[in-house]
Design a protein around this ligand. Structure first.
Ligand code: ZN
Length: 260
Protein backbone atom coordinates (compact mmCIF):
# COMPACT_ATOMS: atom_id res chain seq x y z
CA UNK A 1 0.00 0.00 0.00
CA UNK A 2 1.21 3.48 -0.87
CA UNK A 3 2.29 5.51 2.12
CA UNK A 4 0.36 8.68 2.78
CA UNK A 5 2.53 11.65 3.59
CA UNK A 6 1.46 15.01 4.99
CA UNK A 7 2.12 18.28 3.17
CA UNK A 8 2.51 21.78 4.43
CA UNK A 9 -0.26 23.97 3.06
CA UNK A 10 1.01 26.61 0.60
CA UNK A 11 -0.40 29.35 2.84
CA UNK A 12 1.48 28.10 5.91
CA UNK A 13 4.61 27.61 3.83
CA UNK A 14 4.53 31.18 2.51
CA UNK A 15 3.68 32.66 5.94
CA UNK A 16 6.62 30.78 7.46
CA UNK A 17 8.95 31.95 4.73
CA UNK A 18 7.91 35.61 5.12
CA UNK A 19 8.36 35.45 8.90
CA UNK A 20 11.74 33.69 8.56
CA UNK A 21 13.09 36.37 6.18
CA UNK A 22 11.93 39.21 8.43
CA UNK A 23 13.38 37.42 11.48
CA UNK A 24 16.72 37.30 9.66
CA UNK A 25 16.43 41.07 9.26
CA UNK A 26 16.02 41.43 13.03
CA UNK A 27 12.22 41.40 13.42
CA UNK A 28 10.72 39.65 16.44
CA UNK A 29 7.41 37.78 16.15
CA UNK A 30 4.45 39.30 18.02
CA UNK A 31 0.88 37.97 18.13
CA UNK A 32 -2.51 39.34 19.14
CA UNK A 33 -6.14 38.22 19.58
CA UNK A 34 -8.45 37.61 16.61
CA UNK A 35 -11.43 38.91 18.62
CA UNK A 36 -10.67 42.59 19.01
CA UNK A 37 -12.19 45.68 20.56
CA UNK A 38 -13.33 48.59 18.42
CA UNK A 39 -10.69 50.62 20.22
CA UNK A 40 -7.67 48.58 19.05
CA UNK A 41 -9.04 47.75 15.61
CA UNK A 42 -10.10 51.29 14.64
CA UNK A 43 -9.91 54.14 17.21
CA UNK A 44 -6.30 53.62 18.30
CA UNK A 45 -5.28 53.38 14.63
CA UNK A 46 -6.63 56.82 13.76
CA UNK A 47 -9.53 55.41 11.70
CA UNK A 48 -12.29 58.08 11.68
CA UNK A 49 -15.62 57.27 13.36
CA UNK A 50 -17.47 57.50 10.03
CA UNK A 51 -14.96 55.42 8.04
CA UNK A 52 -16.71 52.88 5.76
CA UNK A 53 -14.48 50.05 7.08
CA UNK A 54 -16.44 50.21 10.35
CA UNK A 55 -19.67 49.54 8.53
CA UNK A 56 -21.67 46.41 9.32
CA UNK A 57 -21.22 45.44 5.69
CA UNK A 58 -17.42 45.24 5.99
CA UNK A 59 -16.78 44.08 9.54
CA UNK A 60 -17.98 41.08 11.56
CA UNK A 61 -19.32 42.71 14.71
CA UNK A 62 -19.98 40.43 17.67
CA UNK A 63 -23.19 40.70 19.66
CA UNK A 64 -22.51 42.86 22.74
CA UNK A 65 -23.32 39.91 24.97
CA UNK A 66 -20.87 37.55 23.25
CA UNK A 67 -18.39 37.62 26.12
CA UNK A 68 -20.97 37.48 28.94
CA UNK A 69 -20.11 34.53 31.06
CA UNK A 70 -16.60 34.27 29.58
CA UNK A 71 -13.79 34.05 32.06
CA UNK A 72 -12.43 37.39 33.21
CA UNK A 73 -9.01 36.45 31.91
CA UNK A 74 -10.39 36.60 28.35
CA UNK A 75 -11.86 40.04 28.94
CA UNK A 76 -8.64 41.10 30.65
CA UNK A 77 -6.60 39.69 27.77
CA UNK A 78 -8.47 41.94 25.36
CA UNK A 79 -7.72 44.96 27.52
CA UNK A 80 -11.44 45.72 27.79
CA UNK A 81 -12.52 48.64 29.85
CA UNK A 82 -16.21 48.32 30.66
CA UNK A 83 -18.65 47.64 27.84
CA UNK A 84 -16.97 47.74 24.47
CA UNK A 85 -17.95 46.69 20.98
CA UNK A 86 -16.21 43.52 19.91
CA UNK A 87 -15.41 42.42 16.38
CA UNK A 88 -13.28 39.99 14.41
CA UNK A 89 -10.14 41.96 13.60
CA UNK A 90 -10.12 43.30 10.04
CA UNK A 91 -6.32 43.60 9.94
CA UNK A 92 -3.27 42.66 12.00
CA UNK A 93 -2.56 46.34 12.77
CA UNK A 94 -4.20 46.31 16.27
CA UNK A 95 -1.13 44.36 17.40
CA UNK A 96 0.98 47.46 16.68
CA UNK A 97 -0.73 49.43 19.45
CA UNK A 98 -0.95 46.47 21.82
CA UNK A 99 2.82 45.96 21.45
CA UNK A 100 3.67 49.68 21.81
CA UNK A 101 1.74 49.84 25.08
CA UNK A 102 3.92 47.17 26.64
CA UNK A 103 7.39 47.84 25.21
CA UNK A 104 9.86 50.69 25.12
CA UNK A 105 11.36 51.55 21.69
CA UNK A 106 13.43 50.67 19.77
CA UNK A 107 11.80 47.51 18.39
CA UNK A 108 11.01 45.74 15.14
CA UNK A 109 8.15 43.24 15.10
CA UNK A 110 6.50 40.99 12.55
CA UNK A 111 2.88 39.99 13.12
CA UNK A 112 1.49 37.03 11.16
CA UNK A 113 -2.17 36.16 11.56
CA UNK A 114 -5.72 35.62 10.37
CA UNK A 115 -8.03 38.54 9.65
CA UNK A 116 -11.72 38.75 8.74
CA UNK A 117 -13.90 40.86 6.46
CA UNK A 118 -17.63 40.59 6.05
CA UNK A 119 -18.02 40.40 2.30
CA UNK A 120 -19.42 38.17 -0.41
CA UNK A 121 -16.97 35.43 -1.40
CA UNK A 122 -15.78 35.01 -4.97
CA UNK A 123 -12.57 34.03 -6.76
CA UNK A 124 -10.62 36.90 -5.20
CA UNK A 125 -12.49 37.49 -1.92
CA UNK A 126 -12.76 35.31 1.19
CA UNK A 127 -14.23 36.28 4.56
CA UNK A 128 -11.08 34.99 6.24
CA UNK A 129 -7.57 35.60 4.99
CA UNK A 130 -3.99 36.02 6.19
CA UNK A 131 -1.87 39.07 6.75
CA UNK A 132 1.68 39.76 7.81
CA UNK A 133 2.33 43.09 9.40
CA UNK A 134 5.67 44.75 10.16
CA UNK A 135 6.40 47.58 12.59
CA UNK A 136 9.64 49.37 13.42
CA UNK A 137 9.78 52.15 16.02
CA UNK A 138 12.86 54.00 17.23
CA UNK A 139 14.73 57.30 17.05
CA UNK A 140 15.36 58.64 13.53
CA UNK A 141 13.48 55.89 11.68
CA UNK A 142 12.94 57.07 8.09
CA UNK A 143 11.03 56.25 4.91
CA UNK A 144 14.38 55.40 3.30
CA UNK A 145 14.83 52.61 5.87
CA UNK A 146 11.34 51.34 5.07
CA UNK A 147 12.26 51.23 1.39
CA UNK A 148 15.53 49.38 2.04
CA UNK A 149 13.82 46.88 4.34
CA UNK A 150 11.07 46.06 1.84
CA UNK A 151 13.46 45.90 -1.11
CA UNK A 152 15.69 43.48 0.78
CA UNK A 153 12.66 41.47 1.87
CA UNK A 154 11.27 41.04 -1.67
CA UNK A 155 14.68 40.09 -3.10
CA UNK A 156 14.98 37.35 -0.47
CA UNK A 157 11.41 36.19 -1.07
CA UNK A 158 11.22 36.34 -4.86
CA UNK A 159 14.78 36.61 -6.17
CA UNK A 160 17.38 39.28 -6.87
CA UNK A 161 15.87 40.55 -10.11
CA UNK A 162 12.62 41.75 -8.52
CA UNK A 163 12.14 45.52 -8.74
CA UNK A 164 10.04 47.41 -6.19
CA UNK A 165 8.38 50.79 -6.43
CA UNK A 166 6.47 52.97 -3.96
CA UNK A 167 3.44 55.06 -4.92
CA UNK A 168 1.89 57.72 -2.66
CA UNK A 169 -1.34 56.47 -1.08
CA UNK A 170 -3.60 57.06 1.89
CA UNK A 171 -4.24 54.90 4.95
CA UNK A 172 -5.47 56.52 8.19
CA UNK A 173 -2.72 54.92 10.32
CA UNK A 174 0.28 56.20 8.33
CA UNK A 175 1.55 59.56 7.14
CA UNK A 176 2.88 59.58 4.50
CA UNK A 177 1.38 56.34 3.18
CA UNK A 178 2.57 54.32 0.20
CA UNK A 179 1.33 51.51 -1.96
CA UNK A 180 4.06 48.98 -2.73
CA UNK A 181 4.32 47.40 -6.18
CA UNK A 182 6.77 44.76 -7.34
CA UNK A 183 7.72 43.94 -10.91
CA UNK A 184 5.63 41.00 -12.16
CA UNK A 185 7.66 37.86 -11.49
CA UNK A 186 5.77 35.88 -14.09
CA UNK A 187 6.36 38.08 -17.15
CA UNK A 188 9.29 40.11 -15.71
CA UNK A 189 7.63 43.38 -16.58
CA UNK A 190 6.64 42.54 -20.15
CA UNK A 191 2.94 42.36 -19.28
CA UNK A 192 0.67 39.34 -18.67
CA UNK A 193 -2.77 38.45 -17.33
CA UNK A 194 -1.66 38.35 -13.70
CA UNK A 195 -0.28 41.91 -13.73
CA UNK A 196 -3.13 43.08 -15.97
CA UNK A 197 -0.51 43.96 -18.61
CA UNK A 198 1.05 46.69 -16.49
CA UNK A 199 4.20 44.78 -15.53
CA UNK A 200 3.53 45.61 -11.85
CA UNK A 201 1.73 43.80 -9.02
CA UNK A 202 0.35 45.65 -6.02
CA UNK A 203 1.39 43.68 -2.94
CA UNK A 204 1.40 45.88 0.13
CA UNK A 205 0.38 49.03 1.95
CA UNK A 206 2.97 50.83 4.06
CA UNK A 207 4.10 54.16 5.44
CA UNK A 208 5.43 56.13 8.38
CA UNK A 209 3.40 55.44 11.54
CA UNK A 210 0.95 58.30 12.11
CA UNK A 211 1.80 60.39 15.23
CA UNK A 212 -1.73 59.70 16.55
CA UNK A 213 -1.05 55.95 16.42
CA UNK A 214 2.22 56.40 18.32
CA UNK A 215 0.31 58.42 20.91
CA UNK A 216 -2.33 55.64 21.17
CA UNK A 217 0.47 53.24 22.07
CA UNK A 218 1.99 55.63 24.61
CA UNK A 219 4.99 56.46 22.38
CA UNK A 220 6.18 60.08 22.24
CA UNK A 221 6.06 61.17 18.55
CA UNK A 222 8.45 64.05 19.28
CA UNK A 223 11.14 61.57 20.21
CA UNK A 224 10.31 58.51 18.12
CA UNK A 225 9.25 57.74 14.57
CA UNK A 226 8.36 54.45 12.95
CA UNK A 227 7.35 52.66 9.80
CA UNK A 228 4.78 49.94 9.25
CA UNK A 229 3.74 47.67 6.41
CA UNK A 230 1.06 45.06 5.86
CA UNK A 231 0.58 42.47 3.15
CA UNK A 232 -2.12 40.02 2.21
CA UNK A 233 -0.55 36.59 2.08
CA UNK A 234 -3.35 34.80 0.18
CA UNK A 235 -2.93 36.96 -2.90
CA UNK A 236 0.81 36.45 -2.84
CA UNK A 237 0.32 32.66 -2.64
CA UNK A 238 -2.17 32.71 -5.51
CA UNK A 239 0.19 34.68 -7.74
CA UNK A 240 3.24 32.66 -6.73
CA UNK A 241 1.63 29.27 -7.36
CA UNK A 242 -0.78 30.25 -10.13
CA UNK A 243 -3.93 29.50 -8.08
CA UNK A 244 -6.86 31.27 -9.67
CA UNK A 245 -9.52 30.98 -6.98
CA UNK A 246 -8.79 31.99 -3.37
CA UNK A 247 -11.55 29.66 -2.13
CA UNK A 248 -9.39 26.69 -3.17
CA UNK A 249 -6.96 27.64 -0.39
CA UNK A 250 -9.65 26.91 2.21
CA UNK A 251 -11.54 24.05 0.60
CA UNK A 252 -9.44 21.34 2.27
CA UNK A 253 -9.18 19.51 -1.04
CA UNK A 254 -6.16 17.21 -0.93
CA UNK A 255 -5.74 17.49 -4.69
CA UNK A 256 -4.54 21.04 -4.08
CA UNK A 257 -2.38 20.36 -1.04
CA UNK A 258 -0.77 17.27 -2.57
CA UNK A 259 0.79 19.42 -5.28
CA UNK A 260 3.08 21.10 -2.75
ZN1 ZN B 1 2.96 40.04 -15.63
Amino acid sequence: MEKQQGHIHPLSRTMDEIVRILAELGFEVALGPEIETEHYNFDALNVPKDHPARDVQDTFWLKPSSLDGSPDRLKGGLGMKGVEQLLLRTHTSPVQVRYMEKHKPPYAIVVPGKVYRYEATDATHETQFHQVEGLVVGENITLAQLKWTLQTFFKKLLGNDVIMRLRPSFFPFVEPGVEVDISCFLCHGKGCGVCKHTGWIEVMGAGMVHPNVLLSGGVDPRKYTGFAFGMGVDRLVMIKYGIEDVRLLYAGDLRLVNQF
